[in-house]
Design a protein around this ligand. Structure first.
Ligand code: NOJ
Length: 738
């Protein structure tokens, strides 16, 4: 059978043939399509796989047989996708291939650390590699499209979805987002190992009131443009091909019908030529928002605002034709949506070969390649953040008697984290126990006991754990959350260690042994008690398939911790939201030494500062910063300022340091944050070695949305800070001249 549109099909599959250039090809195809067929392209159905909301109702295969679907969510595997594609091609009048989408968030089968963990690496190259590998595996299983990167700035760890993003800062977020887009999409989308990326959730989903998922967002346009939008824009500039709208409203308008966001900003100002999909039933939900009178009306609002594809909601499928006939949506808009969808199908090479990505042989040869698993280990090692290390209790020594305890010590399931696509858990992922045994070879000096469970109050195992711990030189407690406590719909008001884990730590503490706390979790937790009572704390997030090896190698010193926090850790939930780049206020509190303690912007019961700051993370060695130099104390708008600083490794280990550069604009036509990250460099420094690190600043880096909402830098005085975290007070000043 030969299709009019290029590819030819035979019993062995498909022979690819050269087709016309995109614009010509898509225009010709669309000239043959009926309005109904155009609308079908905007319909995404879910397979019977993973769902994050209500299902579409009817069996999706029936819809495909009716040729009524443009894209399928969550069908995976070369065999399954090939079969579904075949059914589609047999039934679609014009043989338009289906687009298969799946949430490949931090790996497909080989699972990398959760995204918050990867952001802790401050290593965009490593993150790009993780996305590249994820795309290679997913594409071999027929997946064309991932719903990542999630680029929502998150300042409130009560929100469970902080685990999926890169934390609280836009500058770091941009580096991570670009790395993801490059990794997923590669340099040529038509290659069989690249997939479409999707920037989500547009926009400001992370600013939900009270950190409660799906909740209301109310922001000024200035804050929206300055804090939340730049990372989205950066992905457009990096060539991302798809965008997803967010569930929330912003200042009364749900994102899924937000003309300002979608038409004016995204498709207008930013010239985005890709395709916009809703989040799961996002159109339907506008009825509950009280923004649409019914689903049909919701569909009209969405289409008119610039939403091209309806994820699973069935609204476009059920009502768009009627809305068109009634003149509520125009053919121009339907055409535009359809064209954008066909364009990405073309970019993927699906019109040349709709089965390009569904190749069982390649799938078998690709999944879990040893080098992928090795990359997962290496990235996990970069994502661990050492929060405390009193008396250099870490690294552990091979000959110490060590008691490993805690509900996550033998865990092979939670360790790969929430939203781990098709990653195998029990029986495949490496637990801490396995990692320690792999590392030590002879583990006769170590014991492993759960002691307690993650959440329950069961006390039956505590005594045995204490009996073993009594005889140890050091105790390592592996504790934290279960993976389903974070991620979508995982908001919490209490972000302490769950269950009776803290109580168990208290019992262990009574034994008088040094205790190392290793944390497996998906959000910043409140750790004030732990910080006072534990000797060392290693934040391991959910480190992925090889997480147990990464943790063991780090505990025993084969890896020197080098991660830095991408989010502030609060002292208690009452401080939330908390972020380093806050404003000064008219009554800034200068801390305990402040001569005026009253009538200052402060809490009377707890310090303003976080327990662990953005950018913070220790190493087994120490670094000393000195000799901060600016090339001048004045620059003009067209000049560059050179900033340099000496960093010396003053400890006993070779190490890596993330040298961070912050800027403060002292006076503006609108107030400016007390510090803003403007550069970072992750460097290797051998023990005893000193390195000079240089950065450049120009007026481009100093731009903000001024009083007239123009994105410009303003002449005046600035401070430059450098250091190993956002708390640094190593600074110098310069002036930007008119
Ligand atoms: C809902 C989530 O909000 C979104 O991030 C995800 O991509 C879709 N479900 C599809 O699974």
């Amino acid at each position: 059978m030969v299709s009019v549109f290029g590819y030819s099909q035979n019993n062995e599959g498909i022979k690819t043939v050269k087709i016309k250039p995109k614009a010509e090809f898509v225009a010709e195809l669309m000239s043959k399509m009926t309005v109904d067929e155009k609308i079908y392209q905007t319909v995404q159905f879910t397979s019977d796989g993973t769902v994050t909301g209500p299902k579409s109702g009817d069996n999706f295969i029936t819809r495909i047989q009716q040729g009524k679907v443009g894209s399928i969510l969550n069908a995976t595997g070369a065999k399954e996708t090939r079969e579904i594609q075949r059914i589609n091609l047999e039934n679609s009048r014009l043989k338009i291939p289906l687009l298969f989408g799946h949430d490949v968030i931090h790996g497909y089968k080989t699972i990398f650390p959760i995204n918050l963990g990867m952001a802790s690496s401050w290593d965009p190259k490593a993150v790009e590699l993780a996305a590249r590998i994820a795309a290679t595996e997913a594409s071999s299983a027929g997946v064309h499209w991932t719903f990542a990167p999630m680029v929502d700035i998150a300042r409130d760890p009560r929100w469970g979805r902080v685990s999926e993003g890169s934390g609280e800062d836009g500058f770091l977020g941009i580096q991570m987002a670009i790395a993801n887009v490059k990794g997923f999409q590669g340099d040529d989308l038509s290659k069989n190992n690249t997939i479409l990326a999707c920037t989500k959730h547009f926009a400001a989903y992370g600013a939900a009131e009270g950190g409660r998922d799906y909740n209301t967002v109310d922001l000024s346009e200035r804050v929206l443009r300055e804090t939340y939008l730049p990372v989205f824009k950066a992905t457009v500039d990096a060539g991302v091909k798809t965008f997803m709208t967010s569930f929330n409203e912003i200042s009364g308008v749900p994102s899924t019908a937000n003309k300002f966001l979608l038409r004016d900003v995204l498709k207008g100002e930013w010239n985005f030529d890709g395709m916009v999909v809703t989040d799961y039933t996002g159109i339907n939900e506008m009825v509950a928002h009280g923004f649409a009178s019914d689903e049909k009306n919701a569909g009209e609002l969405a289409m008119n605002a610039g939403v091209d594809m309806d994820m699973v909601g069935g609204v476009y499928m059920n009502y768009l034709k009627k809305s068109y006939e009634e003149g509520k949506v125009s053919l121009t808009q339907i055409d535009d949506a359809c064209k954008r969808i066909l364009d990405v199908k073309y970019d993927l090479g699906l019109f040349e070969d709709p089965f390009r990505y569904s190749d069982e042989k390649r799938e078998k040869a690709t999944i879990y390649k040893p080098e992928f698993l090795n990359a997962s280990l290496e990235i996990a090692k970069k994502s661990l953040v050492l929060l405390k290390n009193s008396n250099q209790i870490l690294p552990l020594k091979n000959n110490q008697k060590i008691s490993f305890v805690g509900p996550l010590v033998s865990d092979e399931s939670n360790i790969i984290g929430s939203w781990a696509a098709l990653g195998d858990r029990s029986g495949f992922a490496t637990s801490v126990k396995e990692g320690v045994t792999n590392y030590l070879k002879n583990a006769s000096n170590v014991t492993f006991d759960n002691g307690v469970e993650i959440k329950s109050t069961k006390r039956d195992w505590i005594q045995k754990a204490l009996d073993n711990a009594k005889n140890a030189d050091v105790i390592v407690a592996v504790m934290g959350e279960s993976e389903n406590m974070t991620g979508e719909a995982g908001s919490k008001t209490n972000i302490d260690l769950p269950g009776i884990q803290k109580e168990f730590l208290g019992e262990l503490k009574k034994l008088g042994k040094p205790i190392v706390l290793v944390l497996l979790n998906g959000r910043p937790l409140t750790l004030s008690w732990e910080n006072e009572n534990m000797d060392a704390i290693l934040e391991a997030w959910w480190p992925g398939t090889k997480g147990g090896d990464a943790i063991a190698q780090t505990l025993f010193g084969a890896n020197n911790p080098n991660g830095k926090l991408p989010m502030s850790f609060p002292r208690n939930v009452g401080q939330l939201p908390i972020y380093y780049n806050h404003k000064n206020t008219g009554r800034p509190y200068l801390g305990k030494s402040d001569s005026e303690q009253k009538y200052k912007s402060r809490y009377t019961d707890v310090d303003n500062s976080p327990l662990f700051s953005f950018g913070f993370g220790l190493s087994y060695t120490t670094f000393e910063y000195s000799d901060l130099k600016l090339s001048s104390d004045k620059i003009k708008f067209n000049e560059k300022l050179k900033v340099s600083v000496e960093v010396k490794n003053t400890g006993n280990f070779d190490g890596q340091e993330v040298v961070q550069l912050y800027v403060r604009d002292l006076v503006g036509s609108v107030t400016r944050p007390v510090k803003e990250l403007k550069g970072f460099d992750k460097i290797d420094i051998k023990k005893g070695e000193t390195k000079t690190i240089a950065f450049e600043i120009s007026s481009e880096d100093l731009k903000f949305y001024n009083l007239e909402m123009k994105h410009e830098a303003e002449a005046g005085k600035f401070e430059v800070f450098v250091g190993g975290n956002s708390d640094t007070d190593i600074k110098a000043g310069f002036e930007l001249l008119k």
